[in-house]
Design a protein around this ligand. Structure first.
Ligand code: CUA
Length: 196
């Protein structure tokens, strides 16, 4: 009798635990399938010990408006730390770390990825047509004593500058930060190429 009673509790707890697991799996499926929130970033393994030979930081234009940007992260720098792109349509980023985990974020945009040593984070950003001027790049993952100094700058130049956007080129990113906060809740998802 006592044993049967114990068995019932076992079943009850099995059902409770199974429902929690099923609930979690269902929420993952919901985010991935219904909301289409999937990591927009590839991670290709790279050998940290031979990194300097295999990975060349810098900017390459591979077609009109198409850029390949290789960035090396380390305590406490982004290399290159000043990137200037003219009329970018498609930017192919490849970012890796030589030491610890860093977080690559272009403030005022929806670009936000984790950068792990031993992996090259690869993703494409098609900046909005009105994106121009100077954008601050920060590290959003605490990586050591100099974390807050880990900054870089991305400048987007437009040859057909619209007069109405003249004020954005003057280095103020205030408006962009506002836009950023709108998509902030999607941050865990890495790069979000949403906004319509
Ligand atoms: Cu790199 Cu924080």
């Amino acid at each position: 009798m006592a044993n049967d009673e114990g068995l019932i509790y076992e079943y009850v707890w099995i059902v409770i635990v199974a429902s929690i697991v099923a609930g979690m799996a269902a929420s993952l499926a919901y985010y991935g399938i219904a909301l289409d929130l999937n990591p927009a970033c590839n991670a290709t393994p790279i050998d940290v010990t031979t990194l300097t030979e295999e990975f060349q930081p810098g900017v390459k234009q591979i077609a009109p408006g198409v850029y390949q940007v290789n960035i090396l992260a380390g305590q406490f720098f982004w290399n290159p730390n000043k990137i200037v792109l003219e009329d970018p349509v498609r930017i192919e980023f490849r970012i890796t770390s030589k030491d610890v985990v860093h977080g690559f974020e272009i403030v005022g945009t929806n670009v936000n990825v984790m950068v792990f040593p031993g992996y090259v984070a690869e993703f494409v950003w098609e900046p909005p047509k009105d994106a121009q001027g100077k954008y601050l790049i920060i590290c959003h993952e605490y990586c050591g004593i100099g974390h807050q100094y880990m900054q870089a700058e991305l400048e987007i130049k437009r040859s057909n500058t619209l007069l109405s956007q003249g004020d954005i080129t003057n280095g103020s990113n205030t408006e962009d930060v506002g836009e950023f906060s709108k998509v902030k809740y999607l941050k865990f998802n890495g790069v979000i190429v949403s906004e319509g």
